[in-house]
Design a protein around this ligand. Structure first.
Ligand code: ATP
Ligand code: MG
Length: 430
C-alpha cells in the first residue's frame, strides 16, 4: 500500500519550528492586549453564501480558491447546505458581530483572531492550501467613531509596533485609498474608457480584465505591461472630498506617530468590499510571495451580508510568511554567544571555569573552551559560535589583564578583568 502523506499544500509543523510559531502568537497576543483587543474564535466552516457575498464573486478567492461542498441532509427535516472552509476570517467576524448584535452595545468592537484558513491555490514557498492568519478588526456603529481616520492610523501604528517587536526588520508599508464605493465605480469607468485602445498591446489577463474588472489591471506583474499601466489615470483623482480628507487625516496621524509608509496608487487589493484606506506590508526576504499582510477599511461589508451599518477596518497577516521571514533573518545573523573563553593549557581549565561563572552571573552568554585545544583550534571553534574570544593563560591570570579578540573587526585588545564583563556587553564591531 502506498504510504500516506500530508495532503498537497498542507504540512506538519514540528519542533523546534513550533517554538517560533508560539513566540509569534504570544507576541501578537501581548501587543493586541495593550491596544485593548479581545480574541474572537469563529468556526472553521461557514455557509458558502457568507463568502460569496462578503468577499465577492469577482475575487480570486471566491471564483477559484474555495473548498466548498454540499453538506447532505441527515434527516428528512434537514435541508442540504453548501458549506465552505473559511478562506479568510473577516467575513466570519462580521457575521458574528451581526449575529450577536455587538453593534447594540454602542461600543467599538476590537477583535483579533489567530487560526487556519483554506484556499485551493497552487502550493509554493509562502503559499499553502492550509495556512494561518493572525488578524484583527475594529468595527462598530458610526456613533462609536468607527469611521474615524484615527482608527485606521492606530491599526497601522499597532502593526508597525508588532512587526518591530517580532524582530522583523526591513518591512515596507504601502498605503492607498480606494475611496467610497461610488468613487470606485467612477474610477472603474474612467479606467475602462482609458483602456479601450490599449489591450491589444497588453497581456492576455489584462485584455480580459479591461472588460470584466478594469481595476484588476493595476495588479498586473507582467514587465512589458508596466509602462502602459503607469500612464493610466490614478484613483486619487477620482476620490470625492470626504474620501480625500479621510486619507489626508490617516497620513497626518501616521506622520505624527513616525510610522514610515509609501503611497502606492496601484494598491487596490483583492477583496471587493474594501473602501477608502487599503494597505499592505511587504518584506524583501520573501521573494515572489512578498506580502506579509494586507488589510483595509470595509465600511459596507456588514450591510452586504444583511447587517446594520457597521464601518470597520482590519488586516490579516500570513503567519507562515512571518515564520519564513524570521527564519531568514535569523539565518543571516545567527545567535552567537557573547564570549568564548579559551584556556591556554589544561592547568588553566579551573580558573577558566571561575571566569566563565563570573561572566555568566552578570548575564552574559559564555562558551567555555578546553585547555587541551591548540590556540588555532580554539579560534576556529570560537569564531563560529561566539562574537568574541577571551584568552586565559598563566600571564593573563597573574596580571589580571585578558586578551580579547572581536571577530567582526578582527581587533585584539587587552582588558583588565574588572572591566571585562562591561566590555563584552558592548555589541561587537564597536
Ligand atoms: P497574495 O497576493 O499573496 O495572494 P492575498 O491578497 O490573496 O495575497 P489576503 O487575502 O489579503 O492575501 O491575505 C492576507 C495575508 O495572508 C497575505 O498577505 C499573506 O501573507 C497571507 N496569505 C494569503 N494567502 C496565503 C496562502 N495561500 N498561503 C500562505 N499565506 C497566505
Ligand atoms: Mg491570493
Amino acid at each position: 500500500m502506498a504510504t500516506l502523506k500530508a495532503v498537497r499544500g498542507t504540512r506538519d509543523l514540528l519542533p523546534p519550528e513550533t517554538a517560533l510559531w508560539n513566540r509569534i502568537e504570544a507576541t501578537a497576543r501581548a501587543v493586541f492586549a495593550r491596544y485593548n483587543f479581545g480574541e474572537i474564535r469563529t468556526p472553521v466552516f461557514e455557509d458558502t453564501s457568507l463568502f460569496s457575498r462578503g468577499v465577492g464573486e469577482e475575487t480570486d478567492i471566491v471564483s477559484k480558491e474555495m473548498y466548498t461542498w454540499e453538506d447532505r441532509a441527515r434527516a428528512q427535516s434537514e435541508k442540504p447546505q453548501s458549506l465552505t472552509l473559511r478562506p479568510e476570517n473577516t467575513a466570519g467576524v462580521v457575521r458574528a458581530y451581526i449575529e450577536h448584535k455587538l453593534g447594540e452595545t454602542g461600543q467599538l468592537q476590537k477583535l483579533y483572531y489567530i487560526g487556519p484558513q483554506f484556499r485551493r491555490e497552487r502550493p509554493q514557498k509562502g503559499r499553502y492550501r492550509q495556512f494561518s492568519q493572525i488578524g484583527a478588526e475594529v468595527i462598530g456603529p458610526p456613533s462609536a467613531g468607527s469611521e474615524s481616520p484615527l482608527r485606521d492610523a492606530e491599526v497601522l501604528e499597532m502593526l508597525a509596533t508588532l512587526l518591530d517587536e517580532l524582530g522583523i526588520t526591513g518591512w515596507t508599508l504601502d498605503i492607498n485609498s480606494v475611496g467610497s464605493s461610488g468613487d470606485r465605480a467612477r474610477y472603474n469607468e474612467t479606467l475602462r474608457q482609458a483602456l479601450i485602445p490599449l489591450p491589444p498591446k497588453m497581456c492576455e489577463d489584462c485584455q480580459r480584465r479591461a472588460v470584466t474588472n478594469p481595476l484588476r489591471v493595476l495588479d498586473c506583474k507582467v514587465p512589458e505591461d508596466q509602462p502602459i499601466i503607469e500612464t493610466l489615470p490614478k484613483i486619487a483623482d477620482s476620490l470625492d472630498e470626504a474620501s480625500k480628507s479621510h486619507f489626508a487625516a490617516v497620513l497626518a496621524a501616521l506622520d505624527a506617530a513616525g510610522v514610515p509608509y509609501t503611497r502606492n496608487h496601484r494598491l487596490v487589493r483583492g477583496l471587493d468590499y474594501y473602501t477608502r484606506t487599503t494597505f499592505e506590508f511587504t518584506h524583501g526576504g520573501l521573494g515572489a510571495q512578498n506580502a506579509l499582510l494586507g488589510g483595509g477599511r470595509y465600511d459596507g461589508l456588514s450591510e452586504a451580508i444583511g447587517g446594520p451599518k457597521a464601518p470597520g477596518i482590519g488586516f490579516a497577516m500570513g503567519e507562515d510568511r512571518l515564520v519564513l521571514t524570521l527564519q531568514a533573518l535569523e539565518a543571516a545573523r545567527p545567535e552567537k554567544s557573547d564570549a568564548y573563553i579559551a584556556p591556554l593549557g589544561e592547568a588553566m581549565n579551573p580558573p577558566a571555569l571561575a571566569l566563565a561563572r563570573e561572566l555568566r552571573r552578570t548575564g552574559l552568554s559564555v562558551e567555555l573552551g578546553d585547555g587541551t585545544f591548540r590556540l588555532k583550534k580554539s579560534f576556529y571553534a570560537a569564531d563560529r559560535i561566539a562574537r568574541r574570544i577571551v584568552i586565559l593563560g598563566e600571564d593573563e591570570l597573574k596580571s589580571g589583564i585578558l586578551t580579547v579578540k572581536d571577530f567582526s573587526t578582527g581587533i585584539q585588545t587587552r582588558v583588565p578583568r574588572a572591566e571585562l564583563a562591561a566590555m563584552l556587553k558592548v555589541p561587537s564591531g564597536q
